[in-house]
Design a binder for this molecule. Structure first.
Ligand code: FMN
Length: 139
């Protein structure tokens, strides 16, 4: 079985980020993720972040540690921490989009857990992941 994993979290910026600060943050993330085979998307609205990370589990754990230590945000809540059978954002070493307040609310309050006991390839996709991909394809 592949070692593909996904981590999805929400967090709060320690101050409202300017577009230039977001751009710098994203550039650093893309550079790291290119080296580490990590893909995903980063969403931002008015001080709220949501990020989806995909990649080999041990690399994701290291990446998440680095992200968790960043002084740029706090209050990290992990919504999804599971094996996945394929990537949803394989072309993005970190896609970025701003959301509206209501989109961020819908995404962060969606159901993220899959049916726990089913084998990976039979698990129903979580509502959150379906919403996230839908948001990304219409952005
Ligand atoms: C919202 C957010 C998203 C991040 N995304 C990634 C990422 O996708 N990959 C990565 O390697 N690091 C990521 N980082 C970590 C930064 O690249 C960088 O290592 C970290 O922000 C440095 O710590 P500092 O912000 O305290 O200077 C992220 C950090 C934040 C705050």
């Amino acid at each position: 079985m592949s070692d593909l994993h996904s981590l999805i979290y929400v967090s709060t910026a320690t101050h409202l980020m300017t577009d230039a600060e977001l751009e710098t943050l994203l550039q650093g993330a893309v550079e790291q993720n290119n080296k580490n085979d990590v893909t995903g998307v980063l969403l931002y609205n008015d001080g709220d972040f949501m990020q989806c990370l995909e990649g080999p589990e041990h690399i994701l754990r290291e990446t998440f540690k680095r992200i968790s230590r960043s002084s740029r945000h706090s209050g990290i809540i992990c919504l999804f921490d599971e094996k996945i059978s394929k990537r949803s954002f394989s072309d993005w070493h970190m896609g970025y989009a701003k959301t509206s307040k209501s989109q961020m609310l819908a995404l962060s309050s969606a159901q993220w857990k899959k049916i726990a006991e089913a084998p990976l390839d039979e698990k129903k996709e979580s509502e959150g992941l379906i919403l996230l991909r839908d948001f990304w394809s219409r952005r």
